[in-house]
Design a protein around this ligand. Structure first.
Ligand code: BGC
Length: 358
């Protein structure tokens, strides 16, 4: 197959061996402008994303590893699909239709994070390439990680010719359950391994955010961003206010909060959530989503544990995550938009990361 052939996008490579002896794969998507994404069926993970700068030079703008072995043992969720419930559920417990469910929690028991011990990021997905889209399927069994109901999930990646990486999510269940899916890509628009993101400029289309308690769980309040370090309604450098001593920022070691996205007057669910610009390279990323919230995480907990793809270990604030999602702990916060999925209903969500230059 020639590389100019559009179907070359189906090209897959071996990515390494899983504990059960099977091998994970890496699938490539390319678009007409030379953007390229590599996605693994392990964790439905975005492993690489090549995007040009002002001079037309491609750089890989997502953090991650070359080898599957690193993904198997790492806990940063680089580029992973997160489920069944991304972000936190207080005390790893929730009640649904009169039954209480218990999930694996972190060591202190404060919460269940990102789906539990073996979330969707640690599963092998079934890959299917149709037209220009990579579909990844996973069946999460009733009781897996403590969640009720067999859940069939499909995550679809596509690289469009207007330079957007789109991620579509679908799920259905045979029992009432809770679902909150996201992608946990860590972006550095200067290129992964190329310094911190404090000079990146960010705009978030949100008038309120969810403050957290000492355990990093939302208190339930929707707090106006006005006159706080959380006001990104106008473009602002990420580093401008990150170390101002704000109690919320001290709790997170930086930004690690969910913003409540403003919805357009048109009533459409799908809207521009965020815009990021990187002055040196000229790269611009817009985030469009149908989700009600976005977790902006300034990678505060990265600890230079091991070298990333370019050989440079990733430290705190060497990337930013914009994880589009429903609000954390929604199953225990009745006034948050519901994350309950019932049999017969379909969970749908869509996010696009769209690239341009400035
Ligand atoms: C959370 C952080 C967490 C990180 C990696 C983010 O979504 O908000 O608190 O450290 O994921 O697990």
């Amino acid at each position: 197959m020639s590389m100019n052939d559009k179907t070359a996008a189906t090209v897959s490579e071996d990515f390494g061996r899983l504990a059960d002896g099977s091998s994970a794969k890496l699938y490539s998507l390319v678009n007409a402008n030379g953007l390229q994404a590599k996605i693994s069926d392990y964790g439905a993970t975005l492993v690489q994303l090549l995007v040009p700068d002002r001079q037309g030079r491609l750089a890989d703008i997502v953090l991650g590893y070359h080898s599957l072995a690193d993904y198997l043992t790492d806990s940063a969720y680089f580029g992973s699909t997160i489920g069944r419930y991304c972000n936190r559920i207080a005390a790893g417990r929730f009640t649904l239709q009169g039954s209480t469910y218990t999930l694996a929690t972190d060591a202190g028991g404060a919460c269940s994070l990102h789906g539990g011990k073996q979330g969707f990021d640690k599963k092998r997905w079934r890959a299917e390439y149709l037209r220009d889209t990579l579909h990844l399927h996973y069946r999460s069994r009733d009781g897996e990680e403590g969640y009720p109901g067999n859940l069939d999930v499909c995550v679809s990646y596509r690289l469009t010719d207007d330079n957007a990486l789109t991620i579509d999510y679908r799920a259905s269940t045979d029992q009432a359950t809770v679902v909150n899916l996201t992608n946990h890509a860590y972006f550095n628009l200067r290129g992964e391994g190329n310094g911190d993101i404090l000079q990146h400029r960010l705009q978030l289309n949100a008038d309120t955010y969810l403050p957290v308690d000492a355990k990093m769980l939302p208190t339930g309040e929707l707090r106006p961003v006005a006159d706080t370090a959380f006001d990104f309604r106008q473009m602002s450098a990420i580093g401008a206010r990150i170390d101002t001593g704000d109690e919320q920022l001290v709790r997170g070691g930086g930004y690690d909060h969910n913003w409540v996205l403003n919805k357009p007057a048109t009533g459409s669910d799908y809207a521009l959530a965020a815009r990021v610009t990187e002055p040196q390279s000229g790269r611009v990323m817009e985030v469009w989503t149908s989700q009600p919230g976005v977790q902006f995480y300034s990678a505060n907990f990265l600890d230079r544990r091991r070298p990333g793809k370019s050989g440079v270990p990733y430290g705190p604030r060497s990337a930013l995550c914009l994880e589009t999602q429903h609000f954390p702990d929604s199953p225990n916060q009745p006034h948050f938009p519901t994350t309950t999925l019932l049999p017969g209903d379909i969970y749908r969500a869509k996010t696009a990361y769209k690239f341009s230059l400035k």
